[in-house]
Write a protein that binds this ligand. Structure first.
Ligand code: 5RP
Length: 226
């Protein structure tokens, strides 16, 4: 099986996690692209979607699914029971590194507005310890060197993502070489530096369930105690 066919299998399995008639939160990336494609064929199941990137919004509209404004949904007090998104890495506690597609800030915002985070991955994303994948950090452009210097002091090797601007008009530093012993602590630490918009650690609020596609099938792994 190819990685894409595994991603598609995980995406299809996420359809079983939806709450019929409700709004769904939608992440970004190629696995989510397969989810949007499948959702488009069953678009009557959802009342619309709140999207985490311009790319996903375009795909949702092309699939005939209404893209709703998060502010309006929240102001109306309408619940968003489920958020579906991929990950670059996920560990045994369902903590993740995300942002390979650069949509980490909006993903964190939309995820925080939803009741349950359903992560969809192929088995290559499952790791014993986060940090093999360079950690994306969205940064206000004028703070690039300031934030990069602080990341180096943590032992990281930040590299500016070439030719890339986020949907929010910022840049992304991809940080290799970090030893992530305590993902929650590191998330809080980097998040509070001036100039950092979002760090791609999704650890303080991990996924509620991960659907892992492997050649022998889908494993549904809920978070312990959540
Ligand atoms: C985008 C993300 C994606 O979820 C992550 O990069 C995984 O992408 P893919 O499904 O293409 O492997 O965080 O910002």
């Amino acid at each position: 099986m190819t990685q894409d066919s595994l991603k598609r299998a995980a995406a299809l399995a996420a359809l079983d996690e939806l709450v019929d008639g409700a709004i769904v939160g939608v992440g970004s990336g190629s696995t989510v692209g397969f989810f949007i494609e499948a959702l488009g064929e069953r678009r009557e199941r959802v009342a619309g979607a709140v999207s985490s990137s311009e790319r996903s919004s375009d795909l949702l509209r092309a699939a005939g699914i209404e893209v709703l404004d998060l502010n309006r949904v929240v102001a109306a007090g309408t619940p968003i029971p489920v958020y579906v998104d991929g990950a670059d890495e996920i560990d045994g506690s369902l903590r993740m590194i995300k942002g390979g597609g650069g949509a980490l800030t909006r993903e964190k915002i939309v995820a925080s507005a939803c009741e349950r985070f359903v992560c969809i991955v192929d088995h290559s994303k499952l790791v014993a310890r986060l940090g093999g994948f360079p950690l994306p950090v969205e940064v206000i452009p004028m703070a690039r060197e300031l934030v990069a210097a602080r990341l180096r002091r943590l032992g990281g090797e930040p590299v500016e993502r070439a030719g890339f601007v986020t949907d929010n008009g910022n840049l992304v530093l991809d940080v290799g070489g970090l030893v992530i012993d305590d993902p929650v602590k590191l998330e809080f630490e980097i998040n509070q530096w001036p100039g950092v918009v979002t760090v791609g650690l999704f650890a303080s609020r991990p996924a509620n369930v991960v659907l892992i596609a492997a050649p022998d099938g889908i494993e549904r792994r809920p978070a312990i105690g959540r």
